[in-house]
Design a protein around this ligand. Structure first.
Ligand SMILES: [Zn+2]
Length: 253
């Protein structure tokens, strides 16, 4: 767990670095899988730009995910108490971030080992615009596909907390059905982005590349508007993982 925690702290500090403009103050939160039962998530009241090991709290997956069932039964205070009850080895009495439940989903059904949720100004410039969903729906350049996947998953605006977590769960499952793999980027309208990585390094790469995608996209609007890659071009760079498998089974690869 020490090495996971060390990697999580280093990743959080880099995502929080002021020159990136991905978060300010207490914005954003990060998490990492420890084992099949537990994960580490940022505690409330800590800031990514200055966080240390004591800013993370260990939480049980089963108890965090159970808070999403019968969501209507839980008043906001019920969820807060439930999150406290989901912690382990929490002598310091840290309170898990209110966004802990969506981290639990990204680390289970989302297939990630590390998760970084940020509010990059450049990405939010598009997510808070009238063309939020459409503008990001198709890729602009090959490295975007290689690092961030063939498309991001998009979640229309919903209230933070359990409603947002449930909408994120729906988006992950729809995306997985469509692409044969979970998303690497989840976009939250009028809010921010989530990077889902196998490693801490991958979360940073995805966030950096998606911020570059947003800068590029906004630049295209000053030069006649985006010229998206064609579906054929996208297809040559991205083939579904289950397609690889099918081709292998059929002896085509
Ligand atoms: Zn947020």
């Amino acid at each position: 767990m020490q090495s996971t925690l060390d990697q999580l702290v280093a990743m959080s500090l880099r995502l929080g670095a002021p020159e990136n403009d991905y978060v300010i103050l207490g914005e954003g939160n990060t998490s990492a899988r420890v084992d099949n039962e537990t994960f580490l998530v940022k505690a409330s009241g800590h800031s990514l730009p200055s966080i240390g090991a004591s800013g993370f709290v260990r939480v049980r997956f089963d108890k965090a995910l159970a808070l999403l069932e019968n969501e209507g039964d839980h008043a906001e205070t019920g969820v807060k108490d439930g999150l406290m009850a989901a912690t382990v080895d929490n002598d310091a009495g840290l309170r898990p971030s209110v966004e802990t439940t969506f981290h639990a989903l990204c680390l289970t059904m989302g297939g990630a080992n590390f998760v970084g949720h940020t509010h990059p100004s450049i990405v939010n410039a598009v997510l808070c615009s009238q063309s939020a969903e459409k503008a990001f729906a198709r890729p602009l350049f090959p490295d975007q596909i290689v690092v961030c996947g063939p498309a991001p998953a998009f979640v229309p605006y919903v209230d933070p907390g359990a409603p947002l977590a449930l909408a994120i769960g729906d988006a992950i499952s729809r995306y997985s059905d469509e692409y044969g793999m979970p998303p690497k980027v989840i976009l939250l309208q009028n809010h921010g982005m989530i990077a889902l990585g196998k490693s801490a390094q991958e979360v940073e790469s995805i966030t950096n590349m998606f911020a570059k995608t947003a800068r590029t996209l906004l630049g295209t609007f000053a030069a006649g508007g985006p010229q998206y890659m064609t579906p054929e071009n996208v297809e040559r760079i991205f083939t579904r993982p289950d397609e690889h498998y099918r081709q292998k089974v059929l002896g085509l690869k």
